[in-house]
Design a protein around this ligand. Structure first.
Ligand SMILES: C[S@@+](CC[C@H](N)C(=O)[O-])C[C@H]1O[C@@H](n2cnc3c(N)ncnc32)[C@H](O)[C@@H]1O
Length: 306
């Protein structure tokens, strides 16, 4: 069993702890929202990043600490955890610069692997030479568009597509459920796709009259796949109980008319771990907590990953 560090998104440490306990992974130490465990390198949905093989190293001086890290590899992201911030910042200044500039969408994600480190005591650091995400702490940030999209929900879709490296484009048919006021529909239309936006509420005025967008005032749960026909993508950002979304997804999967799915599972009150597990068990799919997700997870199933 090797050591592994799981980084919880801010405010969701309890979710990560619970998910690890369900997977029978024992947390041995916690440094802020970084949970250390011995165990298989599973990828919990509530981990925003994973530190592989973290080790404790001496940090007897700023120079020596930086040299030790540089000897292991080049690119490091400092995770502020348990204080010692000034000293940690001084060590970080001695390390090669790693760009963490907000991306301009659509963008290529960085390619260089990234290590993670933190100062756990004034003269002791914890360092993992590789982490699961190419973004510091799994945080994908963008230069925001404050004019085009009618809501900030577009950032979730920007992030999901950037992480996947897949962009629905010209000639692709996208069904956007729970589309209002229209952030996701705006993203998809901007990418050149044909969009069918469905919501019980109206879209923002700015989206009305877009050439490749059709709005249908309807409940997402009343729609029947045969009435819509084949689609390349089914998106859902509908506010509903997770179990209701699961029923909807199963219905559309059974119909066999959808190539790719990208859905937000929104939790109300307690996290519904049973439904989370049911989503995670759908073959060829993945479940993740995006940096722009709140108390919700993003479930994705791509035809190319079957
Ligand atoms: C978080 S908002 C979606 C934001 C949207 N993705 C965007 O980018 O602007 C959730 C939406 O779900 C819609 N909704 C709730 N129940 C619905 C249902 N049964 N059918 C369709 N839409 C529903 C709400 O009207 C609301 O517009």
């Amino acid at each position: 069993m090797t050591a592994v560090g799981f980084l919880a998104p801010e405010g969701f440490e309890a979710e990560l702890r619970h998910e690890l306990a369900r997977a029978e992974v024992t947390v041995t130490t916690e440094y802020g929202r970084l949970l250390l465990a011995k165990g298989p390198a599973l990828h919990p949905a509530w981990a925003q990043n994973i530190w592989y093989d973290p080790v404790e190293l001496p940090a007897e001086s700023i120079k020596k600490a930086a040299r030790r890290l540089k000897e292991i590899q080049r690119n490091w992201a400092l995770l502020p955890t348990t204080g010692h911030h000034r000293r940690a910042a001084l060590i970080a200044e001695q390390l090669p610069h790693v760009s963490a500039k907000p991306l301009v969408f659509p963008a290529q994600p960085p390619r260089a692997p990234l290590g993670g480190w933190t100062l756990i005591a004034p003269e002791r650091m914890l360092a993992a030479p590789t982490t699961a995400s190419l973004f510091p702490h799994g945080e994908v940030t963008f230069i925001e568009d404050r004019i085009g999209p009618p809501s900030r929900a577009y950032l979730k879709l920007w992030e999901a597509l950037t992480v996947l490296g897949v962009y629905p484009g010209a000639g692709e048919r996208c069904l956007d459920l729970g589309a209002a006021p229209g952030g996701w529909s705006w993203v998809l239309h901007e990418l050149g796709a044909e969009v069918i936006s469905v919501d019980k509420a109206p879209l923002a005025e700015s989206l009305q009259g877009l050439p490749r967008l059709t709005y249908q005032r309807d409940s997402a749960f009343g729609l029947r796949p045969q009435h819509i026909g084949p689609v390349d993508w089914l998106f859902s950002d509908v506010i509903c109980y997770p179990s209701k979304l699961l029923e909807l997804v199963r219905r559309w999967m059974e119909a066999g008319t959808v190539r790719n799915f990208l859905c937000t599972i929104k939790f109300q009150g307690e996290t519904d771990f049973d439904t989370q597990d049911a989503f995670a068990a759908i073959p060829g799919s993945r479940l993740m907590h995006l940096h722009h997700n709140k108390h919700e997870l993003t479930w994705i199933k791509l035809e190319s990953e079957r």
